[in-house]
Design a protein around this ligand. Structure first.
Ligand SMILES: [Zn+2]
Length: 547
């Protein structure tokens, strides 16, 4: 786009946002359209009209969010957020999904040309398929580490493998942390990073095993990352970071050669963490919480949580806070809520990461399932165990009407009367689940548990939403949930922190106020101070224009 028009748009947006104290995007656009822009700047005016039209069509499902994000108005809004004088808190980012192909390639190249060449090639083939090799350029790496449009959660956990290969010593952890800090700080105005990473990558699952990984100690990982971030902080005192070691939830994710059970391996890592704090007191300010990650679908019952309870308790006595990836993906929505419930009751988590099981509207969710299944049934299609909706369907509240379920499973067309019974089963289930969901959410608000929102990740990975518009951020905000925002993995997911802010703004253009979004993402709670900063941005415009 024409650079002049871009600058005019950015400057008009900055002016109107500062003068109106950051109201909703929709109101901001309306005021832009009735401003003097209409007579003084036709090109910019035309773009705002076009954008408003897209935004309206986005609300009624005629265009996707990407057409909004590609529009020049998004570039102007991006610039506005990038110029905001306070830096953002990136509350949730994983080491392996946040380093660029430029960083990975030269280091991977060395490994692929080294003595263990064959092992690496074989492992890469195992995870990415035969076509992944040869890897000859930054572009080749880039292609492998980014999630494609139609790929989901299981694939995502797999493709994080390539970046993992290069983390073979303390030095590379240091370099990665520095390079990440630099990228986020300058490109996306991020000044505080909460980094999630594994202390131990040992695993019993073959497609995740990494050659040479046993030589890297937990201390190498933590101190390396600390060194890198600290070096950046010395040059940029307004940068800060939290190192958040994360434990995988899956049963096979532990070093089965050294430990009999996962619990033993887990406790060993807990003890290492506590020892590290004692040995290196400077870590205490940055090593203050832990997280659990991975596929939670098999981890929702009380027994599943008991295994890690003692370890977390030990950390809590040492001042650690417990965060957890929960309510991100599930076999049934009810279990997705149950998982959060247990994480709160048994682990006493302070922060919930994702938590979308607490944001989905059960009435809509179950009705969509009903519609999909009914359509299949009317075409005579059976529903097998492999069907993604199988578990929800069989766990509906069928009461005395299980004969209807049997027919649906077999693919025998149900009658109009049976259809009503199907509707009733899903209706009662939705009501039950809604009740449970509100109960858990209210307890969460009462306890002051923070919820970190990751819109792109939720949309692209777990497919629990059909659309970004269904993301509950704004609903949570209105209910008074304490919120944070993160990208999860900006490289893997093709996003960045400011994009996530735009997505949140577009999904609720009418109600979400720009000032509110700035407060959530910067952590600044003094509203008048935000107004002052917006005004400062406006003044700055004057200066640049005069020069
Ligand atoms: Zn995550």
């Amino acid at each position: 786009m024409n650079k002049d028009v871009h600058n005019q748009l950015t400057s008009a947006l900055t002016t109107i946002i500062s003068e109106t104290n950051g109201i909703s995007l929709s109101d901001t656009i309306d005021l832009l359209l009735s401003s003097k822009m209409k007579t003084e700047n036709l090109d910019a005016y035309g773009l705002v009209v076009e954008f408003r039209d897209l935004l309206n069509r986005f609300q009624i499902n005629q265009v996707t969010i990407s057409s909004l994000l590609k529009h020049p108005m998004s570039a102007a809004l991006f610039e506005f957020f990038k110029n905001f004088p306070l830096k953002y808190n990136e509350e949730h980012i994983h080491l392996t999904g946040a380093i660029t192909a430029e960083f990975i390639f030269p280091r991977l190249k060395k490994l692929l040309e080294g003595p263990d060449k064959d092992i690496y090639e074989q492992k890469i083939k195992e995870v990415y398929g035969d076509k992944a090799l040869p890897i000859r350029s930054v572009e080749d790496v880039d292609r492998l580490i980014r999630l494609q449009e139609n790929e989901g959660f299981s694939r995502y956990l797999k493709i994080l493998y390539l970046p993992k290969l290069i983390f073979i010593n303390r030095e590379v952890h240091k370099e990665a942390a520095y390079s990440m800090a630099e990228e986020l700080y300058y490109k996306f105005n991020v000044g505080r990073v909460r980094l999630k990473f594994s202390l131990s990558r040992s695993t019993a699952s073959s497609s995740e095993q990494i050659p040479g990984i046993d030589n890297v100690t937990s201390e190498d990982v933590v101190l390396g990352l600390y060194d890198g971030f600290r070096a950046f902080q010395e040059k940029h005192p307004n940068f800060d970071f939290i190192l958040s070691p994360s434990f995988r939830k899956e049963a096979n994710h532990f070093d089965s050669e050294k430990f009999k059970t996962r619990q033993e391996h887990f406790m060993e890592q807990i003890n290492e963490l506590v020892d590290m704090i004692d040995k290196y007191p400077f870590l205490e300010r940055h090593l203050r919480d832990v997280d659990t990650v991975g596929d939670e679908r098999e981890l929702y019952r009380k027994e599943h949580f008991n295994e890690m309870q003692a370890g977390f308790r030990k950390l809590q006595y040492r001042g650690f806070k417990i965060r957890s990836h929960h309510g991100e993906t599930w076999h049934t929505l009810k279990k997705g809520i149950q998982a959060v419930d247990n994480a709160m009751n048994i682990w006493h988590i302070d922060t919930l990461e994702h938590g979308i099981s607490l944001g989905i509207n059960p009435n809509k969710y179950f009705h969509r399932i009903y519609q999909d299944i009914l359509a299949k049934n009317q075409q005579g299609q059976p529903i097998s165990e492999k069907d993604p909706l199988y578990r929800e369907l069989t766990e509906l509240d069928w009461g005395f009407n299980r004969h209807v379920l049997e027919k649906i499973l077999k693919g025998t067309k149900i009658t109009a009367e049976e259809d009503i019974l199907f509707v009733k089963a899903k209706f009662h289930t939705a009501r039950e689940v809604e009740h449970y969901q509100h109960d858990v959410l209210n307890r969460m608000i009462q306890k002051g548990v923070t919820l970190v929102s990751l819109p792109s990740s939720n949309n692209k990975l777990t497919g629990k939403f059909e659309d970004y518009k269904d993301h509950p951020f704004s609903w949570w905000e209105k209910k008074g949930v304490q919120l944070g925002v993160g990208t999860d993995n900006h490289v893997t997911l093709n996003t960045n922190f400011i994009y996530e802010m735009l997505i949140l703004l577009y999904t609720d253009a009418v109600n979400l106020k720009i000032t509110k979004l700035l407060m959530v993402t910067t952590g600044e709670i003094r509203r008048p101070y935000i107004s002052h900063l917006l005004w400062k941005m406006r003044k700055q415009l004057g200066k640049t224009a005069h020069r």
